[in-house]
Design a protein around this ligand. Structure first.
Ligand SMILES: *Cc1c(COP(=O)(O)O)cnc(C)c1O
Length: 348
């Protein structure tokens, strides 16, 4: 297998830069389970402040952050509503059911990442001993790289509140949504009781997520974090990377979005590839069936890393794929369509 030179598989592959490593090396630390790591406390406070919430909790992963949020809002036998494609439903190994005894109620996602409000309303169960108690609506922004429309968020969270449900936002990429829509992250977070934010995606930190919400919610979350094995000791070394990321790597997400668009425009000239113009840093590419896996194989052989695990090719731009990577990917596509690709289409 050819080594990956330009890695478009995910923004999780970003590595800490030297400035971030320096900040980590000099971080003041203490035992955070005793509440004595000032760098962790500073990070929790900073994310809470940006999101307009009272308190924050530093966690080792986004998956644990979402799980803790679900467990804050739902008890044993309760139910949460989430999109069929939501990370907290589909990509977290069934953790809510296994570890929280919480039943998921998925609702179909429309192509723009929203859900039909009537379907959400219909999924909320009335008080009746036959049903699980519906407690929470969980949304995700961005979802599949798409920014949730403001109206949808307002109406869906309004509907949830009308029915007495809590609201959680999986904001793993909320800063991509903010930069992509020109709105402040705090505005996007405002309609939700809890919000989970990833530092280890496009923000470029090696590890970590922060869950924010009310003082009570976060106090409950702190107990749950210990229970789930997420209490960390001198975690200030990691939190320092998060603080550095918030300071240095948010505004630059606009560059990733611009490169994702250039990538989509570049690929658009080739027959057999179809892409939508991306809103943020994620491109999903459908490859015509008659090309089979040849396009993906050609990319791999050219040292271009692209993710193809879920039926489409996914190209993600991030701080470690610059203009050289973009040029290499488009050049590899050009070479493919001059060679093999042309033969495939000529044979029709
Ligand atoms: C990556 C991601 C998570 C989970 O983050 P991990 O740190 O990989 O556990 C949650 N939600 C969304 C939308 C994500 O993209």
């Amino acid at each position: 297998m050819t080594a990956i030179v330009h890695d478009f598989r995910s923004d999780t592959v970003t590595r800490p830069c030297s400035g971030m490593r320096k900040a980590m090396a000099v971080a003041e630390v203490g035992d955070d389970v005793y509440g004595q790591d000032r760098t962790v406390a500073a990070l929790e406070g900073r994310v809470a402040e940006i999101m307009g919430k009272a308190a924050g909790l530093f966690l080792p992963s986004g998956t644990q952050s979402n799980l803790i949020a679900l467990m804050i809002h739902c008890g044993r036998g309760d139910e949460f509503i989430a999109g069929q494609n939501a990370h907290c439903y589909k990509y977290e190994a069934g953790g809510a059911a296994v570890l929280g005894s919480i039943q998921p109620q998925p609702v179909e996602n429309l192509p723009d990442g929203t859900m039909d409000l009537g379907k959400i309303a219909a999924a909320i169960k009335p008080e009746d001993p036959h049903f699980a108690r519906t407690r929470l609506l969980a949304l995700e922004n961005t979802i599949g790289g798409r920014i949730l429309p403001e109206d949808f968020v307002r109406e869906a969270t309004g509907l949830a509140r009308q029915h007495g449900l809590a609201t959680h936002l999986d904001g793993a990429r909320i800063f991509n949504a903010a930069v992509g829509s020109g709105r402040r992250a705090g505005e996007l977070a405002a309609p939700f009781d809890t919000v989970s934010v990833c530092l280890s995606k496009g923000l470029g930190a090696p590890v970590g997520s922060v869950l924010v919400g009310s003082t009570d919610a976060i106090a409950t979350g702190r107990r749950l974090r210990k229970m789930l094995g997420g209490g960390m000791r001198q975690a200030g070394i990691l939190a320092a990377a998060g603080l550095y990321a918030l300071e240095n790597n948010v505004a630059r997400l606009a560059e990733d979005h611009a490169r994702a668009r250039r990538l989509a425009e570049g690929f658009a000239q080739y027959p057999g590839l179809s892409l939508e113009m991306p809103q943020t840093n994620i491109n999903f590419m459908r490859v015509e069936e008659r090309l089979g896996d040849r396009f993906a194989e050609h990319m791999a052989a050219s040292g271009i890393g692209v993710s193809g695990r879920y039926g489409e090719l996914r190209w993600v731009t991030h701080k470690d794929v610059g203009d050289d990577a973009l040029a290499a990917a488009l050049e590899a596509a050009g070479a493919f369509f001059k060679g093999q690709g042309e033969r495939v289409f000529a044979a029709q």
